[in-house]
Design a protein around this ligand. Structure first.
Ligand code: AMP
Length: 321
C-alpha cells in the first residue's frame, strides 16, 4: 500500500505568463497546487492531485518529485496544460488576469487513490469549486483539517458551489479583494465576521505587502509582510503562504491556537521568498538555514515588551475615570 501523505493538495498546475514592474516572463511553471506543494515540501510530505497536458515538461514533474512531492496524482492527458497570464503593473498586491485557459482542467474529474483518501490534512487550492468539492467528498475519513482558497473568477462563475464548499471546510484563506467581493462587505473585519458565520473555524485574509490577518473564532492575529526592498513577481505568494501555514501545522500535527499563530508567521516567511524572483526560482533554491533566518527576522520584526508591573501606559491623570 502506498504511503499516506500528511498533506494532500488539489489545485492548478500551470504555465503562467506574467507582466510585473520588473518585466515580463512567459510560460513559467506555476499554478496554485505547484506553489503550495513546493512551499509545503520544506516541512511536510505532500501529494498533488491535478492534471497537465501533453505539453508538460517532464523536467517539471521531476523537479517536484525530486523534492519528495508525491506526483502520482498528477495526471497527464492529451491537450494543453492550464495557462494563466496576469499583470501587476497597476498594483503589486493584486493581479489583473489577462487570460485564463482552463485547457485540460475543463474536463478533469479527479479520482483519488486509497492512500490519498486518508491524508490527515487537505488543501483545496484555487481551482473550480466543483473540483475542490469532488476531492473533499472522496476522502474516506474526514481530515483533521481542511482548508481552501479561491479567486474572483470562481466567485463570479461558480458562487453556489463555492458557498456550499465553504460550509464544509475549517479554514478559508483568501485575499482581501476576494473576501470583500465574496461577502459584499467593505472591510476585512466585517468580511471575516460574515464568513465565520458559515461555520469556518478561521478565515485568513491575505493583504499582500500589508501582511495577513487570521480571524479565528476565538482570537485575531496579524502578521506583517516581510519588508522587502524589491518584489520581482508576486505570483504564487498566496499559495506559498498557504503551503507554509498548512505545511507547518501538518508537520507538528497540531491545530491549536499557538500553532495557528506560528503557522501564520511560517506562511509569511514562505510568501516573502516566493515574490523575490520570477515563478518558483527563489522558493526552489531555499535551504533550511534561509528559512530559519527569515523566521527569526519575523520574530525580531514583531517583538516588543508588554508593559511590566500592571501599570498600563503613562496616560495623564486627568483621563482617569
Ligand atoms: P497566487 O498565489 O494567488 O498568486 O496564485 C497564483 C497562481 O494561481 C498562478 O500560478 C496561476 O497559475 C494560478 N491561477 C490563476 N487563475 C487561476 C484559476 N482560475 N484557477 C486556478 N488557478 C489559477
Amino acid at each position: 500500500m502506498p504511503e499516506i501523505p500528511r498533506m494532500l493538495v488539489v489545485g492548478s498546475v500551470a504555465y503562467d505568463s506574467v507582466d510585473t514592474p520588473s518585466g515580463k516572463n512567459n510560460d513559467q511553471l506555476g499554478g496554485s497546487a505547484t506553489y503550495f506543494s513546493v512551499s509545503s515540501s520544506f516541512l511536510t510530505n505532500v501529494a498533488v492531485v491535478a492534471v497537465v497536458g501533453a505539453d508538460f515538461d517532464p523536467g517539471d514533474r521531476a523537479m517536484l518529485s525530486d523534492r519528495g512531492i508525491d506526483t502520482s496524482g498528477l495526471v497527464q492527458v492529451d491537450g494543453n496544460t492550464f495557462r494563466w497570464s496576469g499583470s501587476y503593473r497597476e498594483d503589486l498586491n493584486d493581479a489583473v488576469t489577462l487570460e485564463t485557459q482552463l485547457n485540460v482542467f475543463a474536463d478533469f474529474s479527479p479520482e483519488l487513490g486509497d492512500a490519498h483518501k486518508r491524508s490527515p490534512f487537505l488543501f483545496l487550492a484555487n481551482i473550480d469549486p466543483n473540483l475542490q468539492g469532488s476531492v473533499l467528498s472522496q476522502m474516506s475519513t474526514r481530515p483533521k483539517m481542511v482548508a481552501c482558497d479561491t479567486m474572483n473568477l470562481w466567485i463570479d462563475n461558480a458562487r453556489p458551489a463555492l458557498v456550499s464548499l465553504i460550509n464544509h471546510v475549517d479554514i478559508l484563506l483568501i485575499n482581501e479583494a476576494e473576501a470583500l467581493q465574496l461577502t459584499g462587505c467593505d472591510g476585512v473585519a466585517s468580511a471575516a465576521e460574515n464568513l465565520l458565520e458559515s461555520g469556518l473555524k478561521a478565515v485568513v485574509i491575505k493583504r499582500g505587502e500589508y501582511g495577513a490577518v487570521t480571524f479565528h473564532r476565538e482570537f485575531t492575529f496579524a502578521v506583517p509582510a516581510y519588508p522587502l526592498i524589491s518584489v520581482v513577481d508576486p505570483t504564487g505568494a498566496g499559495d506559498s503562504f498557504a503551503g507554509g501555514f498548512l505545511g507547518y501545522l501538518s508537520s507538528v500535527d497540531d491545530t491549536g491556537h499557538d500553532a495557528i499563530r506560528r503557522a501564520a508567521v511560517v506562511g509569511s516567511v514562505m510568501a516573502s521568498f516566493a515574490v523575490e524572483s520570477y515563478g518558483l526560482d527563489r522558493l526552489r533554491s531555499l535551504s533550511a538555514s534561509d528559512i530559519n533566518a527569515r523566521f527569526d527576522a519575523f520574530v525580531e520584526l514583531t517583538r516588543f515588551h508588554p508593559l511590566g508591573g500592571g501599570q498600563g501606559l503613562p496616560v495623564r491623570p486627568q483621563f482617569n475615570n
